[in-house]
Ligand binder design. Structure first.
Ligand SMILES: Nc1nc2c(ncn2[C@@H]2O[C@H](COP(=O)(O)OP(=O)(O)OP(=O)(O)O)[C@@H](O)[C@H]2O)c(=O)[nH]1
Ligand SMILES: [Mg+2]
Length: 355
């Protein structure tokens, strides 16, 4: 998300266009505004080399490009309002901020001012959340009047949240008990979602607008990435294949393509870990949140694995790698049998044994 003309679609193209030609990791565009990228993963490549007869399936990330949010979007101004609903369906927000200087590209308020630009967009999310919370509060208040204790507790929580939002405090910054966080879940408030700031730099690279964004993000304790959106989008269009693309980018002094930067930041932001399966015809990577237990990880593969879960056979990827084959590992008794409480580690190779 971001202001109109911040470069959201350009950044989206930078992420999607080049990837489409990286065969193993297609970033295929579902429609002009929605793309899925296979996550490049060296561990998956190594694992696949132990099972060359199987197909390699990377885990994926989906990115949605929405229309610019203008002041009043929360009340239906511009195209933004319908897209606020789109944000509700996402796990994280990429806030694209214009840092490039170009007189020929209109700015909604006339000129770039990073702090104000960011606040304008975030204000719309706060307003939308305020509306959601107030509607819920009216409903909860009715139930609370009947003496319902749970409703009374929820009402207290809602009042606290509404005060926070009115004071321009995003919900992600309000200290909440885990139970309270759970209560919020079904409301899916926009300002509770984690944010990654994306500085859209011009051809000239880092400038004072970028410095302003970096200090704003760091002041909030929020992660940021910087990319030269238009340059990367153009390179992605022009290059024939990933090698040429990397060569073009390094001519411009860019070491890491936009998609890689995004993925690394997104994994950290969402506290994701990757685990692997080698069953059936596929060697496959899966993504879950840190702290996920084995049955819930299994449910990623098949919904009923959670209930049918008996045990998980877990292999350490490094140990498997040095053993060379799964059989060697099995014969040496180095496959861990893990129960329902097992917390999946980043890199685990897992066989789910189900009833
Ligand atoms: N000079 C310069 N222009 C850029 C850069 N990034 C984007 N633009 C231009 O800015 C204009 C708007 O870019 P878009 O990517 O369409 O912006 P957007 O945020 O998707 O805009 P909306 O969808 O209308 O909200 C286009 O003409 C881009 O070519 C940049 O790094 N430098
Ligand atoms: Mg756009």
């Amino acid at each position: 998300m971001g202001l109109p003309n911040a470069g959201k679609s350009t950044v989206f193209n930078a992420l999607t266009a080049g990837g489409a030609r990286v065969e193993a990791y297609p970033f295929c565009t579902i429609d002009p505004h929605r793309g899925v990228a296979g996550v490049p993963d060296e561990r998956l490549d190594r694992l696949h080399s132990l099972y060359p007869e199987k197909r390699k399936v990377p885990t994926t990330i989906e990115v949605v490009d929405i229309a610019g949010l203008v002041a009043g979007a929360a009340q239906g101004e511009g195209l933004g309002n319908q897209f606020l609903a789109e944000i509700r369906g996402c796990e994280a927000i990429l806030h694209v901020v214009r840092c490039f200087k170009d007189e020929s590209i209109a700015h909604p308020t006339g000129s770039v001012n990073v702090r104000r630009d960011v606040e304008m967009v975030e204000a719309e999310l706060l307003l939308k959340d305020l509306e959601t919370l107030q509607r819920r509060k009216e409903r909860t208040a009715k139930v609370a009047r009947t003496g319902d204790r749970a409703a009374k507790a929820e009402l207290e929580l809602l009042v606290r949240l509404i005060d926070g939002v009115k004071a321009a405090m995003p919900l992600r910054d309000l200290p909440l008990a885990p139970a309270e966080q759970n209560q919020l879940k079904d409301l899916s408030p926009l300002t509770a979602k984690p944010v990654l700031y994306v500085a859209n730099l011009g051809e000239e690279g880092e400038n004072q607008h970028f410095e302003a964004l970096r200090s704003l993000a760091e002041g909030k304790g929020a992660p940021w990435i910087a990319l030269r959106g238009r340059l990367e989008a153009e390179v992605a269009e022009a290059a024939q294949g990933p090698d040429e693309r990397m060569a073009f980018l390094s001519e411009w002094g860019i070491e890491q393509p936009a998609l890689e930067k995004l993925l690394q930041a997104a994994y950290r932001l969402l506290k994701l870990v990757t685990f692997y399966t080698v069953d059936g015809p596929e060697v496959r990577a899966w993504t879950v949140v840190q702290g996920t237990r084995a049955p819930d990880a299994g449910a990623e593969i098949h919904g009923d694995f959670r209930d049918r879960f008996v045990l998980a056979e877990v292999m350490d990827p490094e140990v498997l790698w040095s053993a060379g084959t799964e059989k060697t590992l099995r014969d040496a008794g180095k496959i861990t049998r893990a129960g329902r409480d097992y917390v999946v580690h980043d890199g685990d190779v897992i066989h789910f044994i189900c009833a």
